[in-house]
Design a protein around this ligand. Structure first.
Ligand code: URA
Length: 302
């Protein structure tokens, strides 16, 4: 990969410096500082369609702080998100895992619907009509995405929360505010050069994370969304988004700190993994590491 700009020579605006100050990073460019920007290590290209989990090991370039439950749980479980949203313990109970055949049947249904959509509006229409995984029963509305096509960055979260479900837009409330601040540090904004979306388009009830069967059923909508939005780079926020996009069960800390490649419609799209904003709200100490992830993303700037 072509090396990006040297962070020592980067110019920072007052807002960026204020955010950095809040994170305790006043001089991120000091050589040898443990919090300095992690080098971008290219990872093996992966196809978004690939089914086999990755066995790749990443090289960890800096210490990572302890992770919240939402960032450590294994796929298959349905933990409640770290973000301080609605309580919903009654929804977080274990659900019998769905058979591979049932999941394949659901995915075939949604593949047909998503694949037939010629544009984002039709794709949203197809998702609105979708009753494949059952999340539709408790959602208020589908939260498809927000932003411009061909953006510099497409941000992917796990799924809509209470506010997103109410307003029909991704990354609202505290999580959204934090994401806006983070984007500002790399001269980006949801109103400019960014597209925001989620792995699942309907709110999982009670603030729980989406289950593997729900993610699989919704995957064709996300893949078609990538094809139609055509992002220049992807920022996967949190374990669920990262693992499902990269088809891996590797823990989040192994996936951070390097540039992955996702194949979308024959194109390799660089992908960077970071902490979920909900996790950062509960674990502010990890904001410094998230800042490093953003700098890595920034080196990809077109
Ligand atoms: N809001 C979203 O839209 N997605 C998330 O993953 C978190 C908050």
């Amino acid at each position: 990969m072509t090396p990006g700009p040297d962070p020592k020579t980067m110019q920072y605006t007052a807002l960026q410096l204020a955010w950095l100050h809040e994170l305790g990073i006043d001089k991120p460019w000091i050589p040898g500082d443990a919090r300095a920007v992690a080098p971008a290590t290219p990872a093996t290209p992966k196809s978004a369609e690939a089914l086999a989990p990755s066995v790749e090991q990443s090289v960890q370039t800096q210490p990572i702080a302890a992770r919240a439950d939402s960032e450590t749980s294994l796929p298959g479980s349905a933990p409640v998100r770290a973000a301080p949203r609605a309580t919903g313990a009654k929804h977080a109970q274990a659900v019998a895992p769905m058979s591979a055949v049932s999941i394949a049947a659901m995915t075939a249904l949604t593949s047909a619907a998503a694949g037939a959509a010629p544009d984002l509006q039709s794709l949203a229409g197809a998702a609105n009509a979708c009753q494949t995984c059952g999340l539709c029963r408790e959602r208020t509305q589908v939260v498809m995405g927000q932003g411009m096509t061909q953006p510099a960055i497409m941000v992917i979260g796990d799924g809509p929360g209470e506010q997103e479900d109410r307003q029909g837009l991704p990354f609202m409330a505290e999580s959204g505010l934090l994401l806006d601040q983070m984007l500002a540090t790399i001269d980006s904004a949801r109103t400019r050069d960014v597209y925001l979306a989620n792995v699942v388009k309907c709110r999982p009830p009670g603030n729980r994370l989406p289950r593997p069967d729900e993610i699989a059923a919704c995957r064709p909508y996300l893949l078609r969304q990538f094809e139609l939005v055509r992002p220049f780079s992807i920022l996967a926020l949190g374990r669920v988004a990262a693992q499902s996009l990269l088809n891996t069960e590797e823990p989040l800390q192994n996936l951070r700190g390097r540039v992955h490649q996702l194949e979308i419609a024959g194109q390799q799209i660089p992908l960077v993994v970071s902490y979920h904003t909900g996790h950062l709200l509960n674990h502010p100490a990890d904001k410094a590491a998230a800042w490093q992830d953003l700098q890595l993303l920034r080196t990809l700037r077109r």
